[in-house]
Design a protein around this ligand. Structure first.
Ligand SMILES: Nc1nc2c(ncn2[C@@H]2O[C@H](COP(=O)(O)OP(=O)(O)O)[C@@H](O)[C@H]2O)c(=O)[nH]1
Ligand SMILES: [Mg+2]
Ligand SMILES: [Zn+2]
Length: 221
C-alpha cells in the first residue's frame, strides 16, 4: 500500500480568505502548477473520476492530489493505491468545506514544486464549498445522472462558480429521468461561460475531452 500523509487542519478565525487564495494562486502560477478544485455532492463520483483522469495523464504530467475529509483517509489512500501518484489527506476538523487558509497550511507541508497539476478533492457538499475561494485556478464540479437534472436550479451558486461542469455517470442514463440538454441549458443560464462535458468515470467515455480542456486552460495560467 502507498503511504499517505495526513495533515490535521482546523479553521482559522482570522483568515482573510480571498487574499490568501490569491497568494496561493500566485505561488502556483509562478511554479507553473495548474491547481483544480473538484467539488460535488457526496457520491457523485469525484474519487472514481479522479483516479480515471490521473491514470490517463500521469505518464506525461507530474500530478499531486489532496483529499479533504472529516476524519478518514479512505479517498487519499484509494487514489494513491490506484494511481501511484502522491496523494495527501487533509483532516479538517469536521468542517463542511475547506478554505484558502487551510489549503495554504496544507501546502506548507506538501512540496508541490515541479508538479504540472495539483488536484483538490473537496468535501462532498453542494452548498458552502462554493462560497470559499481555495486558491485554485479553476473550479470543476460533478453533477451525476442519478442526482437529477434540476440541481442547477436548487444549488445555483455551485454552478455559478464552476468553470467546468462534468455530468458524470452517463452510463446510467437509461435508468434515470435526466435530460442532458436541459441540464446544460439550466447550467448555462446561471453561468454562460461554463463548459459542460458529459462523462462516465466508470467506462471512461468523455474523459479525453476533459483532458483537452485541462491542457488548454493550463496554457493560460
Ligand atoms: N455507474 C457509474 N457509477 C459511478 C461512476 N462514477 C462513480 N460511480 C460510483 O458512484 C459511487 C460513488 O463514487 P465516488 O467516486 O466515491 O464518489 P465521491 O463521493 O464523489 O468521491 C461509487 O460506487 C462509484 O463506483 C460512473 O461514471 N458510473
Ligand atoms: Mg470521494
Ligand atoms: Zn461549510
Amino acid at each position: 500500500m502507498s503511504e499517505v500523509k495526513v495533515i490535521e487542519i482546523n479553521e482559522s478565525v482570522f483568515a482573510d480568505n480571498d487574499k490568501t487564495a490569491e497568494e496561493i494562486r500566485v505561488k502556483l502560477t509562478d511554479q507553473k502548477t495548474f491547481f483544480m478544485n473538484v467539488m460535488s455532492a457526496p457520491g457523485s463520483g469525484k474519487t472514481t473520476f479522479l483516479i480515471s483522469l490521473i491514470n490517463r495523464m500521469k505518464d506525461k504530467f507530474k500530478i499531486g492530489e489532496m483529499d479533504v475529509d472529516i476524519e478518514t483517509s479512505l479517498d487519499a489512500q484509494k487514489v494513491a493505491d490506484a494511481t501511484g501518484v502522491e496523494s495527501i489527506q487533509i483532516h479538517n476538523g469536521g468542517l463542511c468545506h475547506i478554505d484558502a487558509d487551510m489549503v495554504s497550511r496544507a501546502l506548507q507541508e506538501y512540496d508541490t514544486e515541479g508538479l504540472d497539476l495539483l488536484i483538490l478533492e473537496n468535501i462532498g457538499n453542494l452548498v458552502c464549498p462554493a462560497e470559499f475561494d481555495t486558491g485554485a485556478h479553476k473550479n470543476i464540479m460533478l453533477l451525476s445522472v442519478p442526482e437529477g437534472d434540476d440541481k442547477p436550479l436548487k444549488y445555483p451558486l455551485m454552478f455559478s462558480v464552476s468553470d467546468l461542469v462534468i455530468i458524470n455517470k452517463i452510463d446510467t442514463l437509461d435508468y434515470f429521468e435526466f435530460d442532458v440538454k436541459l441540464a446544460e441549458k439550466r447550467i448555462k443560464s446561471l453561468n454562460p461561460e461554463a463548459v459542460v462535458i458529459p462523462v462516465s468515470a466508470k467506462t471512461g467515455e468523455g474523459i479525453e475531452r476533459v483532458i483537452e480542456w485541462i491542457l488548454e486552460e493550463r496554457k493560460n495560467i
